[in-house]
Design a protein around this ligand. Structure first.
Ligand SMILES: *Cc1c(COP(=O)(O)O)cnc(C)c1O
Length: 388
């Protein structure tokens, strides 16, 4: 068995001299908290995704919570989301005293199934929180139609979707709000960071105030020349704002996003082509009228056809020095959710079965085409093992 020498991580940020230049400039400026780079990053990000407003945060989780709060989600409310997501999508609803209600997924895409949403709506429902799973935009037309009919807001968890398009429109140019993640593994990375985008000036203003202690809007200028030491607090807000060093990374990464996305698309196409000829390995269904941001490349293992189960393949790939991950263990199966939440109004069989089959493979612009081929050939090798 031929094993590569160096471990191939499942994700890694992409670094060039541009990130170093921007960060050095920020460090040397001695303005390390929210400042000019944060502001410029917001303007350029808003422009990139076609939204009128972007508010930078220290995480996507923060942006999701601020969005829910800005739309007035409060104790007793219900928020409909998908179980096939990172825990924070649902945790933020709990922080505000609201209850996440889980809607099952389409087992071919991992995306929330719009047909499952309407039966979950009650007089307590305030918001729908869909996730663009893996970077593929979910069925926004259907979801917004349901929201319109029932007077709900839609807060898109766009953690995977920087660089994604839906019917030609960038994700982020949304009716209500979208939350992006710039966590170290994400398509655009600032280490820790996030962004809320919206076209609603009132929500943008509220989000800005909420993310900075609830201080009135000019408070962050209070240390600048001509700034005033006087500020007011209009809400017991959060300390969720982004800092200059993260924004510096963000500016450089944003400049390079199109190029990084082109590489992700190319690698995803190679994976799709490679796995098409391996029995028992399925790739996710790609829906029409959208451009996937390819944050994740997820395969589904059919143990009977493949001859090995998901855990077996993960172990085999680890032996081949290939890093993998699983996105996600459904949120409703996490201990806190099982022990403290009332039973979900509907069972979630698709999410639970989907979880048993999935593996996320390495996909990022700083890996090479030969790494992609090595992963494909390693999976093929596993499928051909005699001792299965
Ligand atoms: C990464 C992720 C988040 C959280 O992002 P942070 O920036 O780490 O807060 C939220 N939702 C999904 C689907 C994610 O993958």
């Amino acid at each position: 068995m031929n094993v590569r020498e160096e471990f191939l991580p499942y994700a890694q940020p992409s670094l060039t001299h541009r990130e170093l230049e921007e960060v050095l400039e920020a460090v040397r400026s001695l303005w390390w908290s929210r400042g000019e780079k944060c502001q410029r990053f917001e303007e350029e990000f808003a422009q990139k995704v076609g939204a009128r407003y972007a508010v930078s945060m220290n995480s996507c989780t923060a942006a999701l919570e601020v969005a829910l709060c800005a739309y007035g989600v409060s104790p007793g409310d219900e928020v409909i989301t998908t179980p096939m997501t990172f825990c924070s999508t649902a945790n933020v609803a709990l922080h505000l005293g609201a209850r996440p209600i889980f809607c099952d997924i389409d087992p071919q895409t991992g995306l929330i199934d719009p047909a499952g949403i309407e039966p979950l709506i009650t007089d307590k429902t305030r918001a729908i929180l869909p996730v663009h799973y893996g970077g593929q935009p979910c069925d926004l037309k259907e979801i917004y139609a349901i929201a319109d009919k029932n007077g709900l807001v839609v807060i898109e968890d766009a953690a995977h979707a920087a660089g994604a398009f839906y019917h030609g429109e960038p994700i982020g140019n949304c009716r209500d709000a979208a939350a992006f993640s710039f966590y170290a593994t994400k398509n655009l990375a600032t280490g820790e960071g996030g962004m809320l985008t919206t076209n609603d000036p009132e929500v943008a203003e509220k989000a800005r105030v909420l993310s900075l202690h609830g201080m009135d809007k000019n408070a962050y200028n209070r240390y600048q020349e001509g700034g005033s030491h006087l500020y007011d607090v209009v809400y017991p807000g959060y300390k969720f704002n982004m800092g200059e060093l993260a924004a510096a990374l963000g500016l450089a990464q944003l400049e390079r996003l199109d190029q990084m996305q082109a590489t992700r698309r190319r690698y995803a196409a190679l994976y799709e082509e490679g796995f098409a000829s391996i029995p028992g390995i399925k790739t996710l269904r790609q829906l029409p009228e959208r451009e996937n941001a390819w944050h994740l490349f997820v395969i589904q293992v059919d143990p009977r056809e493949f001859g090995m189960d998901r855990e077996g393949l993960i172990r085999f790939l680890t032996g081949k020095k290939i890093g993998t991950s699983v996105h996600f263990k459904p949120v409703h199966t996490m201990t806190y959710y099982e022990e403290h939440l009332p039973q979900n109004p509907v069972p979630l069989p698709h999410a639970e079965a989907f979880y048993q089959t999935i593996i996320s493979l390495p996909l990022y612009p700083s890996m090479g085409e030969e790494d992609v081929q090595y992963v494909i050939e390693s999976v093929r090798e596993a499928s051909q093992l005699d001792a299965k």
